[in-house]
Design a binder for this molecule. Sequence first.
Ligand SMILES: [Zn+2]
Length: 244
Amino acid sequence: MPEGDALHRAARRLQPIVGERVEVETPNPRARVGDLAGRLDGRRLLSVEAVGKNLLLTFEGGYVLRSHLRMTGRWTLVPRGAERRGRPWLVLRGSAREAVLWNGPVLELHTRAIRRLGPDVLAAEPDLAHMVENLRSEDQSRAVGDALLDQRLVAGIGNKWKAEALWAVGLSPWRPLAETTDEELRAVLEAAAGQMRGSLEGRRNANRAYRRAGRPCPRCGELIRSLGQGDANRTAYWCPRCQG
Ligand SMILES: [Zn+2]
């Protein structure tokens, strides 16, 4: 699952063609809805940025292309005209290089502002106070682990960093927001931001809780548990002893 850090890496990868007028093609028939190529071809690409789990590509004329990669999507940057196998969803061809989107399951062209996302956990200076405020504006019976994945509240945290950040601060994903303090919420957000920033900068870190169900907790030795959480039933991982 591409998480916020993977999206930031993709945004960085595409920077060399920002500022160029691009030739646009949609080789995959599934990407032809909405005539993306016709509407974007020849426009200047003004910016590429990761916002939460979306890559937003802004073109002159007020067009914003939203690319969400889900499990499978991938952006590459290759020399212009490089040979390829298969049909990518989208090709943005600059003067020397071209950006290619493979298996991009969500690709939408907007002409107005994108639906509001929460503050980005990977911003240069993450707005932790605003994130805590958003979490407090929610139904307080909601479990903290579920709320952390809500992109309207905090943009960018995925299932892995949710599990790792909650483990790092010793907070159960099942604790209702009402039973958390602002300091605890701030600490878990700070942990997620720090871990994700580290991953973006290439630091490797072994999972402590994520995908370790049935194995001993590295802190206390109790066995890590897992269970589906929230409307999307994404699996939560936690230590029942030290994440009280
Ligand atoms: Zn433990």
